[in-house]
Design a protein around this ligand. Sequence first.
Ligand SMILES: NC(=O)c1ccc[n+]([C@@H]2O[C@H](COP(=O)([O-])OP(=O)(O)OC[C@H]3O[C@@H](n4cnc5c(N)ncnc54)[C@H](O)[C@@H]3O)[C@@H](O)[C@H]2O)c1
Length: 467
Amino acid sequence: MKKINVFLAIVAFVALAVSCEKADPYGYTIKNNQIVYNTPERPADQQSMLGFAAEPIENVRVGLIGLGDRGTGAVWRMPFQEFATVVALCDLYPDRVERAQQVLEQLGAPRAIHEFSGEEGYKQLCECDDIDLVYLAVPWQLHTPIAVYAMEHGKHVAIEVPAATSIKECWDLVNTSERTRKHCMMLENCCYDFFELNCLNMIQQGLFGEIVHVEGSYCHNLDPYWDGYQGDWRMIYNRAHHGDVYPTHGIGPICQDLNIHRGDKMDVLVAMDSDAFAGQAIADKRYGDGAYEYANGDHTTTTIRTRKGKTILVEHDVVTPRPYSRMYQVVGTKGFANKYPNEGLALGGSNMEIVAYDDLDAEEYMSDNERDVVMEAYKHPIIAELEEVARKVGGHGGMDFIMDYRLFYCLHYGLPLDQDVYDAAEWSSLVELTEVSIKHGSMPVVMPDFTRGEWDKTDGLKFATAE
Ligand SMILES: NC(=O)c1ccc[n+]([C@@H]2O[C@H](COP(=O)([O-])OP(=O)(O)OC[C@H]3O[C@@H](n4cnc5c(N)ncnc54)[C@H](O)[C@@H]3O)[C@@H](O)[C@H]2O)c1
């Protein structure tokens, strides 16, 4: 009898576990040694945001939340935007709000009308009637909750990177944007850097042939910066999580090159990390020997295969003293580009008359001079238009200005944004997917489809223009 009871208890426990797994619409099951993520059906009151354009906004009234390092940088850039005005400022600390007001004054812009502070000041900001866009530069775990609250209160949102820290949060952004018909753009500034945009232009004009493989990374020794994050949020997050916790600078531009969810989709991912040799030493130095076990591997490597047979490599390393690199490498059947450490280009079979180099067998890059001639000839129209002012205003050399400009330009003219909510979800999804792969011994992960089957309904990435 006792044995039967134990047996029944085990059966009940297994049934409960299975039903719990099934009950999570955003979760995964393990089948044939693969982690397979669910793609829940779209609720009846939602519509796809692919190609979505909102009503034009003459002057975009911006509410900025999070005025630390990055948010204050945004305040310095905003007065140079012709289609936007900062009307509200919010931070945990009132003195950071006042500091931002003084930046506006210093640049000859009006002080923001609204000021909010404290843990929940963001709610008051989102509830204002005279704000069109909420611009977020807060710690990672606050991105999605605040963005959802803002969209629920009728605001478009622009969110710093990564937009979400879990698959559930990625779906929260997608579902809320689809239901409220509000834009949700992640502020992936690296998509607007000069070399990346010019290469995108060349790729779109066929100079690289078929793209076969792409690489991107965030390799940045954060040693000089750890003390600057409010409340130590970044170190606390990294010491608690395996995986590529900051994937979007690396993956953003290369997903655009591959037309991800505009003709192709990321299918299967595998992640692996090294031990935390440097990371543990940093934690020991900061908090005392052995106070914390530092989880995040010093070097995290992720590979992804797409539905159309392309491969992607993404890396993350913020603790070793290696030189800065976002890698940005594009391998095509007729061309090759690599950004770090030196911008290099090799093209073959494109019959360009502007440079002598046209040799796939050269086994070396074209000369710097030839590269410059090609880059000038194939300058992306956005770079051609904005390069001068972008370099003057700055923000990572100008790409931050271009990103803001494109956001406000598209809102002003009522155009689809360059990056949509599916980009935000797909690129940010690596945070959880890489951690789960690593926790299961680098098991392959079948990625969710945030477009719910519409990844091939759009014919390539286009940056909308008013003309
Ligand atoms: N795209 C880029 O190149 C880039 C560069 C740096 C940082 N970032 C991103 O920007 C974001 C902010 O990073 P940071 O370096 O400025 O960090 P930070 O710690 O300097 O700033 C965060 C700010 O958010 C405020 N804050 C915290 N809780 C809040 C709340 N409840 N309401 C309002 N404000 C609150 C803090 O007081 C602080 O001023 C992060 O997501 C980061 O990944 C992006």
